[in-house]
Design a protein around this ligand. Structure first.
Ligand SMILES: Nc1nc2c(ncn2[C@@H]2O[C@H](COP(=O)(O)OP(=O)(O)OP(=O)(O)O)[C@@H](O)[C@H]2O)c(=O)[nH]1
Ligand SMILES: [Mg+2]
Length: 606
């Protein structure tokens, strides 16, 4: 096991100026090329503009070493067995043999305008440190980071920074108070019960001498050690790396540094830069200044290639040739982010982060057909065989207004277990087949103090064909349920009535001929033809009218005729349009219309 190195990626996220970079600096011993606001613009503005990477290592804790019994052998008391195992390791292994636990810190920017970078950073981490300025508590971007963490990350540590700013005599009380507050905030998240730790990453602030020792850092390292688990890494599948920096080294070539998102890579492999459609051979590789011959998922890596201008690529993806697809639209599963205020409307535009790219896109939400609301969600596939119901907006408890409830006979109480969206991008985007999708309203005023992240989900199907509206969308069986209502005007005979108010005068009734309708008096009918010029129509009742219906209709019609004068059709119309409670036999027409059916057919269930 000598030299074994386990890498854990730790994100440092939080509101602007909470002290993320100071914390990463305090934690790190080995800084990689891009750490600590090395960009000149970053230095000038005093804010982090890009992801910063640095790392530090500790001896691999015994509990993470392979070979130790995870469960005590039968018949041994658990505590004794664990203690025996730990002692055995300590006695028989030197530090080098035990291996190293390397923490790669991903220092994210805090500025609201850089949220795309933050989302990208969050997708490569195993554990998130949420840095909170203890004197300020949760701020807008701390909340957004918490949302992103819940979507992209499994574990959290809350770091209360700048405790040196608290008056000494009240310090502990203030820390306790903020700890309680944070516990309460986490209560409603998947990070309930996560550890909260106080530190001062840069006591005294920017003017303080570098010699000022940070506080609470060794406790934080112990906490990180105890929270770290060996991430499950999978070397199989296509290689994909998120590149965050690209630069040239004289006499060597061009180096792209980044984090491997999936698969593995070896010296001599061909890799593609899909944004530029170029393929290059891997000439050499390094992990934190150490040459390596292969690397896999989760590793931080620098790849050196030749004859490639670093100016062409600043951030982006490198992958196994042809393993990514460039898509114009996508079908994704969606979940609304509860903190997002307002409804998610179909046809609205959102900033859509697909994997590591963000583009503008228009959405259309749809749900299962009502009788399938209870179906268990399909996590990674989309079933094209099924029919889906178009939604004007994402269905959620907070989107049903009182008005909606009034409109329907019963208040809606059922919610589908899964909903989807069709996303249509303003420009094509290159991404892995199954990747995270986040929809946000980044044009919201950053001072508005609201969560800009609106929904998240998984990409289930990318549409590569530019002409997808013609070639692909007709396969997507999303329908709108249409409902039209009219009234029976009069009886023709035992098997027929004339209806009105279902169509407009200019409607081509011919296309509705043959559709089923229901009368509120219980009969079923079929639209047979138009009648006259004012949008009226004939309905055939195959089973005949009920005697009661006929009686009711005959009496009201006779009354009206008497009033209106014989044969005066226009006057009769006038009278009929006035409400007559006796004549309120309504005609209901229900049909489905598939959103992507070019012929706009009307379909009724058998
Ligand atoms: N007093 C005090 N000041 C601190 C502490 N940590 C950081 N600061 C100061 O807070 C300011 C912001 O620190 P940074 O580390 O740049 O904050 P950041 O969160 O990385 O900022 P962005 O990346 O721009 O979002 C700097 O002036 C730091 O010197 C601390 O523990 N105590
Ligand atoms: Mg910073």
């Amino acid at each position: 096991m000598a030299g074994r190195r386990v890498n854990v990626n730790v994100g440092v996220l939080g509101h602007i100026d909470s002290g993320k970079t100071a914390l990463a600096r305090a934690l790190s011993t080995t800084a990689s090329t891009a750490a600590f606001d090395k960009q000149p613009q970053s230095r000038e503005r005093g804010i982090t503009l890009d992801l910063g990477f640095s790392c530090f290592s500790v001896p691999l804790p015994a509990r993470l070493q392979p070979g130790l019994p995870l469960r005590p052998p039968p018949g041994t008391a658990p505590a004794a067995a664990a203690a025996a195992a730990v002692t055995a390791t300590a006695e028989t292994q030197t530090e080098a043999e035990a291996g190293l636990l390397q923490f790669t810190l991903v220092d994210c920017p805090g500025h609201a305008s850089l949220i795309r970078t933050i989302i990208g950073g969050a997708q490569i981490i195993d554990l998130m440190m949420l840095v909170i300025d203890v004197t300020k508590g949760m701020q807008t971007q701390s909340a957004e980071c918490l949302v992103i963490g819940q979507i992209a990350c499994q574990k959290l540590i809350v770091v209360l920074n700048k405790i040196d700013l608290l008056a000494e005599e009240k310090r502990q009380a203030a820390i306790d108070k903020m700890t309680k507050k944070m516990q309460k905030t986490l209560e409603n998240t998947k990070f309930r019960g996560s550890p909260i730790i106080p530190v001062a990453a840069k006591p005294g602030g920017p003017e303080a001498p570098e010699t000022e020792t940070p506080q609470g850092i060794s406790e934080l390292i112990e906490l990180l050690k105890s929270q770290a688990s060996i991430p499950t890494r999978d070397p199989s599948g296509p290689f994909l790396m998120a590149v965050d920096h690209c630069f040239s080294i004289k006499g060597q070539g061009t180096v792209m540094t980044g984090t491997i998102l999936s698969g593995s890579v070896s010296l001599g492999d061909s890799v593609e830069i899909p944004a530029l459609k170029v393929v290059k051979k891997v000439k050499s590789m390094q992990m934190f200044h150490t040459p390596v011959t292969s690397a896999m998922q989760g590793d931080r890596l620098g790849i050196c290639v030749t004859q490639f201008d670093p100016k062409l690529l600043e951030r982006g993806l490198v992958c196994t040739p042809e393993s990514l697809h460039t898509i114009h639209a996508a079908i994704v599963s969606v979940k609304k982010i509860p903190y997002f205020r307002g409804a998610l409307q179909t046809k609205a535009k959102f900033h859509i982060t697909v994997g590591h790219e963000t583009v503008m896109g228009r959405v259309m939400f749809f749900s299962p057909a009502p009788d399938e609301f209870d179906c268990e969600p399909l996590e990674e596939t989309f079933n094209f065989e099924k029919e889906y119901l178009y939604q004007e907006q994402y269905l959620s408890k907070d989107s049903s207004t009182v008005e909606d409830d009034k409109k329907s006979d019963q208040p809606v109480e059922k919610w589908p277990k899964q909903q989807w969206a069709l996303l249509e991008f303003e420009k094509p985007v290159t991404c892995p087949k199954l990747c995270l999708v986040i929809g946000s309203k980044l044009d919201t005023d950053i001072h508005a103090n609201t969560c800009r992240l609106a929904f998240h989900g998984m990409m289930l199907q990318g549409l590569e064909d530019k002409n997808y509206t013609e070639t692909f969308l007709p396969k997507l069986k999303v329908y709108k349920l249409k409902h039209k209502e009219g009234h029976v005007e009069r009886v023709i005979d035992d098997y027929g009535v004339i209806g009105r108010s279902l169509f407009k005068k200019e409607t081509n009734i011919q296309i509705f001929v043959g559709l089923k309708v229901h009368l509120s008096s219980g009969e079923c009918g079929i639209i047979e033809s138009g009648f006259g010029q004012s949008g009226k129509f004939k309905i055939r009742i195959p089973d005949g009218l009920n005697p009661d219906t006929k009686k009711l209709l005959t009496t009201t019609t006779t009354k009206k005729r008497a009033k209106a004068g014989k044969g005066d059709v226009s006057k009769e119309d006038e009278v009929c349009s006035k409400a007559d409670p006796a004549q309120h036999i309504t005609i209901s027409l229900y049909f489905k219309r598939y959103v992507f059916d070019a012929q706009k057919r009307m379909v009724q269930s058998p």
